[in-house]
Design a protein around this ligand. Structure first.
Ligand SMILES: Cc1ncc(COP(=O)(O)O)c(C=O)c1O
Length: 399
């Protein structure tokens, strides 16, 4: 599959107002939304102002429900398997806490886990006596499949893997891991927060029970929007940790029934302008073409890594192998200062702090890193400008 040509990228940029103002290399933070996503939210909010929040909710019900259909088409599942949430963290926690852990159960995970995930494992260890075991990475920083295979045992209750980390271009082999888990009585949870909208996803091919997504990052959707995929097995055999009047029905004084579909992992109050924006973002992504999106951004990121390696004083986090759009690097300048200096030139980057992925950063001996996360709508000219400004800033500080 080819990457997008210049004309296509020009069209995507014309549909993205933010590209007129900034060189946006913070797509792993929150990407720039295209017009249909912005419009969907604005129209929803305008209508709320006109007729009232509950009333517009009723009026636009079928439009809002679109999110389940487009998400199902995207992830290759049924709409009953989708829950709408406010973030990847909420989705992921709903999945984690649906699993009935007992003392001694083992959670196998990766070394590139996001801080919130690992903190939750530690919290579960403290609360319920589970054991947390990160599987060692291979030479490319990905989960070592042989080591994972050797660590599978009857005590393993959950394999929880971050698909793409917050701090580098690594892509974990989630389908191969799924193969290893086939036929075993182990839950499989994927954190697809950074891969959603970046790497094509297919829950059937991955074979996972749960997969969590955020809207605002590579999907280019609204802030405070997210999704949880829960497989049929997960819907049938796990119970949400909490319920409310939306996820469950109060059927008698001492009786209640939990909804059988993904709704069991939702709550009543929702960010509804976000819901319509998220549906628009997924549709836009599907229309653009997930394979071409990945091809284009991976190529751009590769170009950026090459350019950065030619700048004096820059150390690029490059573990090799297939990599996505997140590029991180170190310089002699404090990352937060460099980020602020770049902002003055209209260039948006972010900082990956050590403790956002503590195990991986310590294993590689990195401190905080600068993160330049590339999307398919970034151009070669933008990368050239970024590299020139960065080089000039580093030269200024070294003299
Ligand atoms: C790998 C990973 N997982 C989870 C999250 C949390 O996402 P959210 O802020 O949508 O809860 C992040 C956020 O940066 C992340 O990078």
């Amino acid at each position: 599959m080819d990457s997008f040509n210049e004309q296509e990228i020009r069209k995507f940029r014309e549909q993205t107002p933010g590209t007129r103002n900034v060189i946006h290399l913070n797509n792993a933070g929150a990407a720039l939304s295209p017009e249909p996503v912005i419009r969907a939210q604005q129209e929803y909010l305008d209508r709320e102002a006109e007729i009232g929040g509950y009333e517009v909710n009723r009026e636009k019900k079928s439009e809002l429900d679109q999110v389940y259909q487009v998400a199902a088409a995207w992830l290759n599942c049924h709409s009953r398997n989708i829950a709408y949430t406010d973030s990847a963290t909420t989705s992921w926690l709903r999945a984690l806490y649906a699993i009935p852990f007992e003392s001694g159960d083992v959670i196998l995970t990766s070394e590139i886990e996001y801080a919130s995930n690992y903190l939750s494992y530690l919290h579960l260890a403290r609360q319920r006596g589970v054991q947390v075991k990160p599987v060692a990475s291979d030479e490319h920083g990905r989960v070592d499949l042989n080591k994972l295979g050797n660590q599978l045992s009857d005590e393993v209750k959950l394999v929880a893997i971050t698909h793409v980390p917050t701090n580098s271009g690594i892509i974990n082999p989630v389908e191969e891991i799924g193969e290893k888990l086939k036929g075993r009585d182990i839950w499989y949870l994927i954190d697809a927060c950074q891969s959603a909208g970046q790497v094509p996803l297919d829950v059937e091919a991955i074979g996972c029970d749960f997969l969590s997504v955020t809207g605002r990052k590579y999907l280019r959707g609204p802030r405070s929007s997210g999704l949880l995929f829960a497989s049929d097995r997960a819907l049938e055999s796990t119970t949400p940790f909490t319920v409310d009047l939306h996820s469950a029905e109060w059927t008698g004084r001492d009786e209640y029934e939990i909804h059988p579909d993904g709704r069991r992992f939702e709550q009543w109050e929702q960010n509804l302008s976000g819901k319509s924006g998220l549906a628009a973002a997924i549709s836009y992504y599907l229309d653009a073409g997930p394979e071409q999106v990945f091809e284009t951004l991976a190529k751009r990121a590769e170009e950026l890594r090459k350019r950065l390696k030619n700048i004096d004083g820059v150390t690029v986090y490059d573990a090799g192998g297939l990599q996505g759009g997140i590029v991180t690097f170190d310089t002699p300048v404090k990352p937060s200062d460099l980020k602020n200096q770049l902002t003055e030139f209209g260039i948006n980057v972010s900082v990956s702090p050590v403790n956002s992925t503590l195990i991986d950063m310590n294993a590689r001996g990195f401190g905080d890193l600068i993160r330049a996360s590339v999307h398919y709508y970034n151009t070669e000219e933008e990368l050239t400008r970024f590299a020139e400004v960065l080089e000039a800033l580093l030269q200024k500080t070294s003299t």
